[in-house]
Design a protein around this ligand. Structure first.
Ligand code: 2AM
Ligand code: CA
Length: 266
């Protein structure tokens, strides 16, 4: 791998360390699923344990950096210059159900711009990472987005609506509209991995509403460095950590955008 900033090395080291207990925890899930208690509480503690290890590792090197995380919220909130954006387990529902489609996601921001990041699926042993100007990688190989040019041949991935969504009907009708105009649509359950999969050409495009910044921060730089294009649409200035995301191989971007922004689904 030719990525070598101190930040990306730190992120990768933190991911590797945290993944050891995460893999053990995932192994326990199967037993818990058949127990009367179920795996719910166990998953919450796996999430917290993973996040704690990640924060400890990152803080060892830079105690002053800002951190935004899913579980612990905001740390060193006044530091807007250097920030880690952490999702300890993205794809929690998959993890909970013993499905190996989940990942640790860490993005690194300087002055509000994400400049490096990694998404690590510890079960598949797939480490996606990127650094501004130095390309994107899957393990030791350079990755690029697909070259597909026509939306009707495209394989698209999406997610949601979440259980608490107030715009379920809108999201479902969007799904129908896109489905009618592309080769097929998948729902894989991890926003971070969905973005990474567009970056390496497994999917041609991805969209999802009502995400959080930590779900997709690392994905943004990985996809950009792989030649893709990322848009945040219908942004709410009062909730800067809430995101609606459209991410593609660039070629099909405008066409997918048009399918999502159709008047009849507004
Ligand atoms: P999570 O697994 O960390 O919760 C599933 O479609 C994707 O949406 C996952 O990446 C999931 O992240 C994310 N997501 C964000 N907010 C969510 C919520 N409230 N409920 C379910 N999934 C959510
Ligand atoms: Ca997440």
């Amino acid at each position: 791998m030719r990525l070598n900033s101190p930040q990306i090395n730190l992120i990768i080291r933190a991911c590797m360390k945290a993944s050891r207990s995460l893999i053990r925890d995932f192994g326990e899930i199967e037993n818990l699923q058949v127990s009367s208690k179920g795996p719910g509480d166990f998953v919450t503690s796996a999430d917290k344990r993973t996040e704690k290890i990640l924060i400890e590792e990152l803080q060892k090197a830079h105690p002053e950096y800002g951190i935004i995380t899913e579980e612990s919220g905001i740390i060193n909130g006044t530091n807007n210059k250097n920030r880690w954006i952490i999702d300890p387990i993205d794809g929690t529902m998959n993890f909970l159900n013993g499905i190996p489609q989940f990942a640790i996601s860490i993005g690194y921001e300087e002055n509000g711009e994400i400049i490096s990041g990694a998404i690590f699926n510890p079960i598949m042993n797939e480490m996606f990472c990127a650094e501004k100007g130095n390309g994107a990688y899957l393990n030791n190989s350079r990755i690029r987005v697909s070259n597909k040019k026509k939306i009707n041949n495209a394989l698209i991935v999406t997610g949601g609506p979440k259980a608490s969504s107030k715009i379920k009907d809108k999201i479902f009708s969007e799904y129908v509209n896109v489905s009618k105009n592309v080769s097929n649509v998948r729902k894989y359950g991890s926003a971070a991995l969905d973005m990474a999969y567009v970056a390496c050409g497994r999917f041609d495009g991805y969209w999802q509403r009502e995400l959080n910044y930590w779900d997709i921060s690392a994905g943004v730089i990985i996809l950009k460095e792989a030649g893709g294009f990322v848009d945040f649409f219908e942004e709410d200035i009062n909730s800067p950590l809430k995101k609606n995301v459209l991410a593609t191989n660039s070629n099909i971007h405008e066409e997918l955008k048009a399918l999502i922004n159709k008047k009849d689904i507004e």
